[in-house]
Design a protein around this ligand. Structure first.
Ligand code: C2E
Ligand code: CA
Ligand code: CA
Ligand code: CA
Length: 276
């Protein structure tokens, strides 16, 4: 028994080592990926549900890895968020997003772009500094940039996170709570959160047809209206969901029903050029 225990302990230790080294590898590789231009943004449109007009887009990260191929965030974003590598990624996102908005503005288009940030980005002033610097350089309309963050990432580190988000909003940037309804969703916090928009999680949108999600969606829509926030439903996949969301008063929609996330060039061709 002693020997078996020792052996499994050895395996256990090895697993941890393998896991730790693969984490380090991903973190180090992300550094290289940024230098070598391997990261790419896919854009998914966000629409006004009444007019059907595209009003903005969410930027979703993709990694063209030289060996592992085309990677979605599931393959690397958790690890990045657990290491300082996420700072590099977010720094890259700031530069990319601002230059995309700059180009759209120069083309006379007033669409916004949102990108995802993580808890670590709100632990100190780095993001705020980068956003301010980039704004100074690119001179875009700050309201055309939106940050998406999950509620737990704000609440875990409330003092620092809310101070930073407040400053960003004072400058004119927008903030959205991502995956709303799945986290704390505490009313006690909601009126203290420095945000502009609630994004209703796909979980509730997908239950609408079963008649299950409607109560929750309606509550979130009312909540948003009472707190003077915008509200968007994520993960819309069917006409029926769209119709129900309209009935429930949800202003904004996003999901495969309208478009999957697509490469930037394709997005611009579809949604920007025809009207430019
Ligand atoms: P998220 O922010 O909640 O993004 C929505 C995810 O749902 C995206 O997956 C999107 O492709 C997918 N989606 C959109 N519409 C539909 C739909 O109608 N049906 C279904 N089934 N799925 C839909 P993706 O691109 O794989 O991203 C996964 C997560 O990775 C994101 O969830 C976000 O948390 C994270 N992520 C993506 N890009 C970034 C980034 O640049 N930085 C950070 N920190 N996280 C990111
Ligand atoms: Ca998001
Ligand atoms: Ca989401
Ligand atoms: Ca999510």
């Amino acid at each position: 028994a002693k020997q078996a225990g020792g052996a499994s302990l050895a395996f256990f230790t090895q697993d941890i080592l393998v896991e730790a080294s693969s984490r380090l590898t991903i973190a180090a590789e992300l550094k290289r990926a940024i230098l070598e231009n391997e990261l790419e943004l896919y854009l998914q449109p966000q629409l006004d549900s009444a007019s059907g007009e595209v009003v903005g887009a969410e930027a979703l990260l993709r990694w063209n890895h030289p060996v592992k191929g085309f990677l979605t965030p599931a393959a690397f974003i958790d690890v990045a968020e657990q290491t300082r590598a996420i700072r590099l990624v977010t720094g890259w996102l700031v530069k990319e997003s601002f230059s995309i908005i700059k180009r759209w503005e120069q083309a006379g288009r007033d669409l916004f772009l949102s990108f995802n940030i993580s808890a670590l980005d709100l632990a100190d002033n780095e993001l705020l500094l980068r956003m301010t610097e980039e704004l100074e350089q690119q001179q875009i309309k700050p309201a055309n940039i939106e940050l998406e963050i999950v509620e737990s990432a704000i609440i875990e580190n409330f003092q620092s996170a809310s101070a930073i988000l407040s400053k960003l909003r004072e400058i004119g940037f927008h903030v959205a709570i991502d995956d709303f309804g799945t986290g704390y969703s505490s009313l006690a916090y909601l009126d203290k959160l420095p945000v502009d928009k609630l994004k209703i999680d796909r979980e509730f949108t997908s239950k609408l047809e079963l008649g299950e999600g409607a109560g929750i969606v309606k509550s979130i829509v009312d909540l948003a209206s009472n707190f003077d926030l915008r509200v968007l439903a994520e993960g819309v996949e069917t006409l029926e969901q769209e119709q129900l969301l309209k009935q429930l008063g949800c202003q904004r929609v996003q999901g495969f029903y309208y478009s999957k996330p697509i490469p930037l060039a394709e997005f611009e061709q579809k949604y920007l050029l025809p009207q430019a």
